[in-house]
Design a protein around this ligand. Structure first.
Ligand SMILES: O=CC(=O)O
Length: 325
């Protein structure tokens, strides 16, 4: 007998993960390596009880209408869910699941890697070597950068899971101070993580390194814009492994171009993928990565298992393993 419920997978993922669930529900997986188009997404979602999506799929009212009233669950292969209209899902009784915890360590490690690559100018140094610039001889100050040791690090959203995990790792580098900003101060941050609460403006003005690790929502969109960059030290470095839209990218570009801050390291951008002719790519005081925070093989596999657990529970009408509300 044909399974009566079906689900859509918006990415081409290895079949091995779907062996079990596809015996229970009918699977429709996007078969191409390129992203599903909006048109195809709207078409293929019709009649589905579940959607397994990623952060590049916009799940809004139009998509939920196209799916139809039998849709029970949206399961995203990400911890962030700013691409999903959660209020609209809630209103329609559609469960929304994400993949917290399993990616925390991978994102924290990548944040440290990006920070070091930015302040020690690793990509610039590698490029210089390839261009034969090292051959000119030993330059005493050639490719000098700065250190975490002795720096004041300020984390925006530092009290969240990923922020705390970054702080744990940072402490071994012996920064002079770790500060964080969040809606309210938390006593555990001081006691367990040695991190001090600062207001946003204090954190921006006093930090040597500013790490953005908050989630994206209406209150964090363009949290860092021209006004905030003006408050920063001229030697400040900004790192973002959260969402591109937490930063006004045009304002960041102008700031970096005119050397008003020292550098930035971005794993996330306002438009992803960023165009190869984007002016940011022409600057050498910015390190850009293609949103690879959680891209460790084992982490990505765990994310799939968790998203599948969410999907199956949601279609069955059981509570999700990780629900966003
Ligand atoms: O950015 C990645 C995620 O939200 O999982």
């Amino acid at each position: 007998m044909m399974a009566s419920k079906s689900f859509l997978v918006t990415k081409n993922l290895p079949e091995k993960f779907f062996k079990n669930i596809s015996t229970k529900f009918m699977m429709d997986m996007w078969p191409h390596s390129h992203d599903i188009t909006r048109e195809q997404l709207l078409k293929r979602v019709a009649g589905k009880s579940g959607i397994l999506c990623t952060l590049s799929d916009k799940i809004d009212g139009q998509l939920l209408d196209a799916a139809g009233p039998q849709l029970k669950c949206v399961s995203t292969l990400s911890v962030g869910y700013d691409h999903i209209d959660v209020d609209e899902c809630k209103r329609r009784g559609i469960l929304v699941g994400n993949t917290p915890d399993v990616l925390t360590d991978a994102v924290a490690e990548l944040t440290i890697a990006l920070l070091l690559a930015t302040i020690r100018r690793l990509f610039e140094a590698n490029q210089a070597l390839r261009e034969g610039k090292w051959l000119r001889g030993w330059g005493h100050f050639f490719m000098c950068g700065t250190m975490i040791k002795g720096s004041h690090i300020g984390l925006i959203g530092g009290s969240g899971r990923i922020g705390r995990s970054i702080i744990k790792r940072l402490r071994s580098f012996e920064p002079s101070r770790i500060s964080y900003t969040s809606r309210t101060p938390h006593s555990f941050m001081e006691q367990e993580f040695g991190a001090h609460f600062l207001s946003m403006n204090e954190l921006l003005a006093e930090s040597d390194i500013i790490i953005v690790c908050c989630s994206l929502n209406d209150s964090t969109r363009h949290l860092l814009s021209a006004e905030q960059f003006c408050l920063m030290k001229s030697t400040a470095v900004v790192i973002n492994t959260s969402r591109g839209s937490c930063i006004d990218q045009q304002a960041l570009y102008e700031t970096l171009k005119h050397g008003r801050i020292a550098a930035a390291g971005l794993d996330v951008m306002e438009q992803e993928p960023i165009a190869t002719d984007d002016p940011l790519l022409a600057l050498n005081n910015v390190v850009l990565l293609p949103h690879i925070g959680s891209a460790a093989q084992s982490t990505r596999e765990q994310m799939i298992w968790m998203a599948l657990d969410n999907l199956e529970a949601g279609i069955d009408g059981r509570p999700l393993v990780a629900s966003v509300f």
